[in-house]
Design a protein around this ligand. Structure first.
Ligand SMILES: Cc1cc2nc3c(=O)[nH]c(=O)nc-3n(C[C@H](O)[C@H](O)[C@H](O)COP(=O)(O)OP(=O)(O)OC[C@H]3O[C@@H](n4cnc5c(N)ncnc54)[C@H](O)[C@@H]3O)c2cc1C
Length: 281
């Protein structure tokens, strides 16, 4: 049996600076043993522990789609000790990845449903994995209408700019990209906060329409009443939590909230489930 605490050795294959302030970078890792790459089989919405010897381990959502084979990607905000160290690393450097961990989005329940995806800031990473997966020709027929509301502070802070432009051009996904504000005269998308744009563009709520919401607490706080107003049932609103966690496998209790262990029972929950536990997120 594989030791759940043992990371897979990986090499940094590519580093993409995503934002103009360089605070967000996407790291593409390849597994040093290709067999580990096959063992690391994830579903969109899961996370992994990135492990840097001598520095520590941090939970990060998996930004690559399960349909992208041979590598795994993470988009990391430079916030403290471990993330700063990672940002200073270079192509060819080695480290470890432990996972995949957590439950991921409930794809069986979402089969055949319409999806409203609402994302803000760097919480868009697992949503990118989800969109990429759903838009693959072999998967697109498994879902109904797809609407995406994605916002960042300014155009330069948007992630995955080339893919956003590509998805904009498609007619099987409705993209509603927004920024809090900009003085760029060429900006051709929305201006305004994510909850406002959600209210303006969201498809009507019915039993076959689910919302997946990932973003900073303030975005979630103001998006929830909008979804309530639009009539989305709390069973059909899906969220991913980012509580502090350590082991990632439900053993240490570090991420306990109410009766749930966020790393093991989550990080993905419906709003109906979250209503029953303390709002510590
Ligand atoms: C399931 C999950 C998925 C995540 N996905 C991503 C992702 O895709 N990209 C990404 O950049 N980050 C993500 N995070 C947050 C990431 O784990 C933290 O930013 C990271 O652990 C900080 O490590 P550090 O050593 O650099 O910072 P530290 O030196 O430990 O702390 C620096 C600052 O970050 C704050 N911080 C630390 N951990 C967290 C946390 N879990 N939530 C909120 N604030 C925190 C601290 O309070 C402090 O202000 C995720 C967290 C979880 C639990």
């Amino acid at each position: 049996m594989q030791n759940p605490y043992a990371p897979y050795p990986v090499t940094i294959d590519e580093i993409i600076v995503e934002t103009e302030d360089k605070s967000l970078k996407t790291f593409k890792f390849v597994f040093r043993d290709p067999l580990d790459g096959e063992r690391f089989s994830h579903i969109a919405g899961q996370f992994a522990e990135l492990s840097i010897p001598g520095q520590g381990e941090i939970p990060i959502g998996i930004a690559s789609s399960p349909t992208e084979k041979g590598f795994v990607k993470f988009t990391v905000f430079k916030s403290g000790k471990v993330t700063s160290h990672l940002h200073a690393m270079e192509k060819g450097d080695t480290m470890g990845i432990r996972g995949p961990l957590g439950n991921g989005f409930p794809w069986e329940r979402l089969h055949g449903k319409n999806l409203l995806i609402v994302g803000g800031g760097f919480a868009f990473t697992t949503l990118r994995a989800s969109i990429k997966m759903m838009l693959e020709p072999e998967n697109r027929g498994n879902y109904g209408r797809i609407d995406v509301v994605y916002g960042a502070r300014s155009p330069g802070m948007l992630l995955y700019k080339e893919e956003l432009a590509e998805w904009e051009r498609r007619d099987d996904i409705n993209m509603h990209i927004t920024v809090d504000g900009t003085d760029d005269p060429d900006w051709k998308y929305h201006t305004g906060f994510v909850p406002t744009v959600t209210e303006e563009t969201a498809p009507p709520a019915d039993d076959d329409t689910f919302a997946i919401v990932c973003g900073p607490p303030v975005m979630i706080k103001f998006t929830q009443p909008v979804l309530d107003k639009l009539g989305y049932r709390h069973e059909n609103i899906i969220m991913s939590l980012e509580n502090r966690m350590k082991c990632g496998i439900g053993m240490c209790g570090h991420c306990n909230t109410g009766s749930k262990l966020v790393c093991w029972d989550g990080p993905v929950f419906t709003l109906a489930e979250l209503n029953g536990i303390p709002r510590e997120y």
